[in-house]
Design a protein around this ligand. Structure first.
Ligand code: SAM
Length: 460
């Protein structure tokens, strides 16, 4: 029963705005954090459906001692989960109402004209069906090749649809189908409900489960092999591992983060991904001395600082009406930090190219930050016009906004995201800079990445 009581307690604290889901679950001290987190998240997803069913059956009136959040988690597991994981009085109580609850669920489906439980959530708000992100899979070129991963999935009876030429093709993926992304050559897209977290290729680090938008920063920074790169706010390390793959593990990758726990996760992720060119530091990037001789050759910096996260689709805090995330004061504070961090990145003496990204949809964290930085550094740095054919551009409230990229769920089929790239004007070492990634090369013409260590995958 501890599981249900603790899940109910977390729900209560969320309603009282006493913290974020992950923090509350982690701090609960429950012995199986993963199980508790999954139950809380799923109950939140189904919250309105559960409330309706509980109301239809008068459950709380009939069982006066049953508190609403306890009822929600129990009803969730009974109707939508893998069955109740408790015994004793609670089990007896729930079993007493089981058939009534089941019939309420059936009536609700008829009323909403849906067949599947999942569709109950989707039918609740019009248009939420569009809010389905494909399952993006980035092939880790440090361990394998795109061709080998495609073959592996084909051998598991997934149907490969070839190279997509348009984002619209990603919307049509059926169960067990996958396709190559039209913009990023090492990215594959699967049906949104594909769960690969336990898949061998994932656990062995051959594939990384990473949203497409979050692959853009490293792809656009495109540091050449052998170069020295800083990942300023790096944990949990998805972009660091992407940078290492682009560097083919050749060069130096300095990765900083303030958060020890996130750095520990990052250590595991990088090990699994076969990253070997990095130096991880639990350090405040703002306090890293740009004039330290260690960084004298750093030409490339990726800055993906803490942000409101307002672009993340299905963000759990959205389900709990977290207004704090977009509060004016919070955005101002974040914007001030982001501005400071971007100025700091530009102060590294050898830096030639800085990519700035956030998973926020707010202008205050995106265009405003870049505009303010350019007011100070505009004579030394210019904004690169990124991927001209990318459909969503930065807001033109900032005159150079259209040189930046935005990602918007319904248009780019990704989380909400923002990317800008600043490049040194008249850089002394321009000839040694990698070409700017404007568009993905024609896959027919491009040769496989040089010096990529490929491991043939054998089906287990
Ligand atoms: N780039 C990461 C990735 O792709 O996995 C995600 C980075 S997350 C958006 C922002 C990170 O910045 C958090 O892990 C946070 O701990 C870190 N952070 C915040 N302030 C920082 C600072 N002053 N110096 C270094 N890291 C910082």
């Amino acid at each position: 029963m501890a599981l249900y009581m603790q899940a109910a307690a977390v729900l209560g604290k969320l309603q009282a705005k006493r913290g974020a889901v992950k923090t509350l679950v982690y701090n609960s001290g429950h012995k199986n954090i993963k199980q508790l987190y999954a139950l809380v998240c799923e109950t939140l997803r189904y919250a309105s459906v559960l409330e309706e069913i509980i109301g239809m059956t008068d459950l709380l009136k009939k069982e006066k001692k049953l508190q609403i959040n306890v009822a929600k988690v129990l009803v969730y597991d009974l109707l939508f989960g893998k069955g109740l994981k408790c015994g004793g009085n609670w089990k007896v109580l729930m079993m007493k109402h089981r058939s009534q609850l089941k019939s309420a669920l059936a009536r609700l489906k008829v009323k909403r004209k849906v067949c599947n439980n999942e569709d109950l959530i989707e039918s609740k708000t019009s248009g939420t069906k569009d809010y389905q992100l494909p399952r993006y899979v980035r092939v880790n070129l440090l361990k394998t090749s795109v061709e080998d991963v495609i073959d592996y999935f084909k051998r598991e009876d997934y149907a490969y649809l070839g190279q997509a030429t348009d984002i619209a093709e990603l919307k049509k993926l059926a169960h067990k189908q996958f396709i190559s992304d039209p913009h990023l050559s090492e990215l594959l897209a699967f049906h949104p409900k594909t769960d690969l977290h336990k898949h061998f290729l994932y656990t062995a680090g051959h594939i990384i489960l990473q949203d497409k938008a979050s692959c853009l920063p490293a792809h656009l920074l495109n540091p050449p092999m052998g170069s020295h790169v800083i990942d300023a706010c790096a944990a949990p390390g998805n972009k660091t591992s992407h940078l290492a793959a682009i560097l083919c593990n050749k060069g130096k990758l300095f990765a900083f983060d303030l958060d020890t726990k996130r750095l520990a996760t990052m250590g595991t992720l990088l090990l699994r991904a076969g990253v070997a060119c990095h130096e991880m530091a639990n350090q405040d990037f703002l306090l890293v001395d740009p004039n330290n001789s260690k960084y004298k050759d750093v030409k490339y910096i990726l800055l993906d600082p803490s942000c409101s996260g307002s672009g993340i689709v299905n963000r759990l805090n959205q389900m709990t009406d977290d207004e704090e995330s977009s509060g004016k004061q919070r955005l101002q504070a974040l914007g001030a930090f982001q501005h400071k961090a971007l100025c700091h990145a530009l102060s590294f003496p050898a830096v030639e190219r800085v990519v700035y990204s956030t998973c926020s949809v707010h202008r205050e964290e995106n265009e405003d930050v870049v505009e303010k930085v350019l007011e100070q550094y505009g004579s030394n740095f210019r904004l690169v016009n990124l991927m001209p054919s990318w459909p969503c551009r930065g807001l033109d409230s900032f005159p150079q906004g259209p040189r930046c990229l935005r990602a918007i769920l319904n248009e780019t089929l990704t989380n909400g995201f923002f990317v800008a790239m600043l490049e040194k004007q008249n850089g002394q070492n321009r000839e040694s800079l990698a070409p700017v990634k404007m568009e993905e090369e024609n896959p027919e013409e491009s040769s496989p990445p040089a010096q990529t260590k490929k491991v043939k995958l054998k089906k287990m």
